[in-house]
Design a protein around this ligand. Sequence first.
Ligand SMILES: Cc1ncc(COP(=O)(O)O)c(C=O)c1O
Length: 313
Amino acid sequence: MTAQRTVYVNGTFVAESEAGVSIFDSALMFGDVVFETIRTFNGQPFRLRDHIERLYIGLRTLEIDCGLTAAEMEAATLQTIERNQLCFADGLDFQIVHNVSRGPLAFYHSVFADGLQPTVTINCWPLTWHLAALVDAYVSGVHAVIPSQRAVPARLIDPKIKNRSRIYYQIANLQAHKVDPQAWALLLDEDGFLTEGTGSNFFLVKENRLLTPEPRNILRGITRQAVLELAERLELPCQECNLEPYDVMTADEAFFTSTPFSIMPATRFNGHAINTGAPGPLTLRLMAAWNQMVEVDMVAQARAYAEMVAVNS
Ligand SMILES: Cc1ncc(COP(=O)(O)O)c(C=O)c1O
């Protein structure tokens, strides 16, 4: 029998099918929940401490006392990974997702005989399908499309807090997919400057310089930070600055970054080719340096996962 994944729910481990959140939870009522998505490379979580720190900045900002210190959350995360290790034998990598809310609203206290408590869940999920679907995208690059939906500015809801109040990302995806079902939405802020994707950060290359939006109206991605560090190591000049759609139209190269896929070339923008319409040399150099750093060839991994998915379907 194959091992079954289990989910950490408020200190106990339950089967995925049993893991749930009350309909009275503030998460459902207000989208009042912070979260993290971490991934493993060769079974080891990447920059776990940075993710936990970001989670706790969100918890502090939203005044959610989840009942665990950051060190206890890290220990619970490692325990969740260990409990699920057997499900990811054969070197399969997976993501680890935290969802933390303040729990059911006090108004509904009579429903909860044991009293109200925050909701803390941690689950592991294979990256197989997610990455398998990206094989062609890694090779040919993705189509970045600016939807009419704008990013919510930090003065309204701060995107630096990784929260689930993100219906505007969903609307942005729906709009971008009307242009091209495969498009990746790239949102502008209220002043018309580039911000980020709906689950990723964005970079341009112009005259051998890496350019990325200022860390103002965006989630400060951990992959983004790692890419900035890699670029420094490779002595590639980098700048965080205000960028406009014009800058994408005239870019030499572009790419998205995010935890599950690391670096993804963008080769088209609003229906136009970016430069030659192929992943550029600097993007490929960063991807190679990334692979070396994490000791996983991302494209080969996506290919291997695609073959696994094909065999099992
Ligand atoms: C809106 C948004 N921006 C950027 C990112 C990339 O962040 P990270 O590199 O930490 O995964 C994410 C990741 O989910 C995101 O949701």
